[in-house]
Design a protein around this ligand. Structure first.
Ligand code: GAL
Length: 660
């Protein structure tokens, strides 16, 4: 049977960059809806997301439906040329549900119930919740599946609830039976011989609730896998209903960026459109790089164009101190997403709320209204996106470098009782991506099981746990001519978090030329390990090299004096410490060069980023000072119509989109 052809983001964009955001008109009187439409049209908004948190309005009492208001809005949007991304409202059940069915509420690790009054107060395992969610999804699909405004389905919102309830425990047991088949296999995988934890009956197994001391790490690991799978089950149940009703309409569910609880590789396989919410801190000097990381990861998960579902036009309201976006930053970061493959630039939310928990979170129309700087900048951006839409949508670029990331390795490594709580998987990942970003090297992300052969360089910031198959994949990659660079705490454990003999997979030790890994020497806050040419941070190791490996840098002074800090065997490199940022940038830059990967442009100043998308070159100035950037050849800036020869002049936070 031929594979089913699924709709994609292209079916929703139809050649335009989607521009708009979450729209919550139920918070506003009808007069405001008409004002909204006027402002949307003036700003080039062509897409709004309706209904994300509308469950109580759509189903005011169990089983009742009130679609009238949404009918009017769908029509209003259509009449004004604004497409609708229609959400299933299942992220925030109405109060009656928790009141009538306490079994729909999630339970925390220490047995407390999470009540309504906020949002995301649903148990992924609750049969009652799932039944109500399916029913409202079916009715939305039946009512709006044929509406001409509908472009895309948006399921739930940032799935992210954990649940330790009894019902979750029952599902956990079923999940474990499917995974292990027998209690013997489970006891072996979990290492329950330790601390008298052996299970004699499935009924004895619980979600890893509050315990007196450290919990069984594999039970916790499996609980994380289970949580990601249960949330996915909820998502797929809704997706399948929508697909059945509207096979031609693509489906998405928005990710939180680099959120620990969701195996986004796995989820992305199930989605027609991969979408993400992105909120770097405007004050963070590395905000642009943090954005770039998420954009690279999302593009890699999508394997093509993706959707920026949410960003903030100004400040958020959930940090301790919430900074606005200075002039030009919204435009710059929006175009950075487009450069890295986004075909949709959307915001949370259209109009800033006057009530509720997010009234101090920005909107595209801020409290300052039409005259406010935020809306004025939104308007300019809309015009610019329209100008470049036809040239960018649908195009996709691959990089020569892949950064490997795997949620299961993250979960396994982030347990109690490890050598250093200072080692944070996400921070290590960010440090390596930053090094490549600062070296102006374009990067994809990949999973350790993916086919890596197209890449000139593969880097492994940290994959604490690796399956045998993943190790095979890495070995095959190097055997076939690839260059691999790995950071510490890689290949330590198998998929059950069982430490590999020798403290690191034997085949990986051989690959990198490590004879013996004697001890780990984690570093304290502020402590560094001197190496020849740089300083290491966070971690160091007592390694004995194999005869045929080359020491590229040694530890100097201290207990590890003279031992290898950076080791190489052929094209396989091992870094037993985290070099300071500049040193990691230089080292990876050198290795990339030798592997044949080149910076996007030569001679780029710091804080200037160049990104290729299809035939276009985006050059972005993340700095506050104007810069002149050498770009050989003659280029036409699609945003302003300016022609540049051999160099491009960029003002503060400016960006150009060049066609040569
Ligand atoms: C997102 C969420 C939105 C809104 C936004 C505020 O996580 O999906 O509904 O709350 O954060 O930054």
């Amino acid at each position: 049977m031929a594979a089913e052809k699924r709709p994609s983001l292209g079916d929703a964009t139809r050649g335009r960059i989607l521009y708009g955001g979450d729209y919550n008109p139920e918070q506003w009187p009808k007069e405001t809806w008409h004002e909204d439409v006027r402002l949307m049209k003036a700003a080039g908004v062509n897409s709004v997301t309706l209904g994300v948190f509308s469950w109580a309005k759509l189903e005011p009492r169990p089983g009742e439906r009130d679609f009238g208001w949404l009918d009017r809005l769908m029509d209003l949007m259509h009449e004004n040329g604004v497409g609708v991304v229609l959400a299933t409202p299942t992220a925030s059940p109405p109060p009656w549900m928790g009141h009538l069915h306490p079994d729909t509420l999630p339970v925390t690790e220490d047995g407390r119930t999470e009540y309504w009054g906020g949002r995301q107060h649903f148990s992924h395992s609750s049969a009652t919740y799932r039944r109500y969610a399916a029913a409202i999804t079916e009715d939305l699909a039946a009512r709006y599946g044929g509406h001409p405004a509908l472009t895309l389905w948006h399921i739930n919102n940032e799935y992210c609830t954990y649940d330790w309830s009894d019902e979750a425990a029952a599902r956990f047991r079923t999940w474990l039976r499917d995974r292990y088949g027998s209690l013997d296999a489970l006891n072996s995988a979990w290492g329950t011989a330790f601390w008298s934890q052996g299970y004699g009956d499935w009924a004895e197994i619980h979600t890893p609730r509050q315990a007196h001391y450290m919990k069984n790490p594999t039970q916790v690991l499996d609980f994380k896998r289970f949580t990601s799978d249960m949330l996915l089950e909820c998502c797929l149940a809704e997706r399948d209903i929508l697909r059945l009703a509207t096979p031609h309409i693509p489906v998405t569910s928005n990710f939180m960026p680099l959120w620990v609880g969701q195996d986004a590789w796995r989820w992305a396989e199930e989605e027609d459109v991969v979408s993400v919410d992105l909120y770097p801190d405007p004050r963070d000097p590395l905000g642009a790089q943090q954005g770039a990381l998420v954009q690279d990861m999302t593009r890699s998960q999508a394997r093509g164009p993706w959707m920026l579902m949410e960003q903030a036009a100004g400040p958020v309201n959930w940090r301790g101190v919430n900074h606005p976006k200075p002039r030009g930053l919204n435009r710059l970061w929006s175009l950075q997403s487009v450069a890295r493959g986004a075909d949709a630039v959307c915001f949370f939310q259209w109009r800033q709320s006057r009530q509720g928990a997010e009234k101090f979170h920005s909107g595209m129309v801020s409290h300052a209204g039409e005259e406010g700087r935020t809306y004025q900048e939104v308007k300019r951006l809309g015009a610019e996106l329209a100008r470049i839409s036809g040239e960018v949508t649908g195009s996709h670029s691959l990089s020569d470098i892949a950064v490997l990331h795997d949620w299961h390795a993250w979960w396994a490594g982030a347990q109690d009782g490890r050598p250093s709580t200072r080692v944070d998987h996400a921070d290590v990942l960010k440090a390596w991506h930053r090094a490549l970003w600062e070296a102006h090297l374009a990067t994809d992300f990949a999973h350790p099981d993916h086919d890596l052969t197209a890449y000139k360089l593969v880097v492994v910031p940290q994959l604490y746990a690796l399956t045998d198959a993943a190790v095979d994949n890495l070995l095959a990659y190097v055997r076939q001519g690839g260059t691999l660079v790995s950071g510490f705490l890689t290949g330590v454990a198998d998929q059950d978090d069982r430490v590999r003999p020798g403290g690191m997979d034997a085949r990986l030790r051989e690959l990198f030329g490590i004879r013996t890994l004697h001890e780990w020497w984690p570093l304290e806050e502020g402590e560094t390990a001197d190496c020849d040419g740089f300083r290491g941070t966070l971690w160091s190791e007592e390694i004995e090299k194999a005869d045929d490996s080359t020491t590229e840098a040694v530890y100097k002074g201290g207990e590890l004096d003279g031992l290898p800090a950076v080791l190489r065997r052929g094209r396989a490199w091992y870094l037993s410490t985290l070099p300071e940022p500049g040193a990691l940038r230089d080292l990876l830059g050198r290795i990339a060069y030798d592997a044949g990967a080149r910076p996007v442009l030569d001679g780029l100043p710091d804080l200037v980023e160049a990104v290729r998308r299809g035939d276009l070159l985006f050059v972005l100035n993340h700095g506050r000072d104007a810069v002149t950037v050498p770009v050989p050849g003659t280029h036409h800036d699609l945003l302003t119509g300016t022609t540049f020869r051999d160099e491009v002049v960029l003002g503060r936070r400016d960006v150009v989109v060049l066609r040569s």
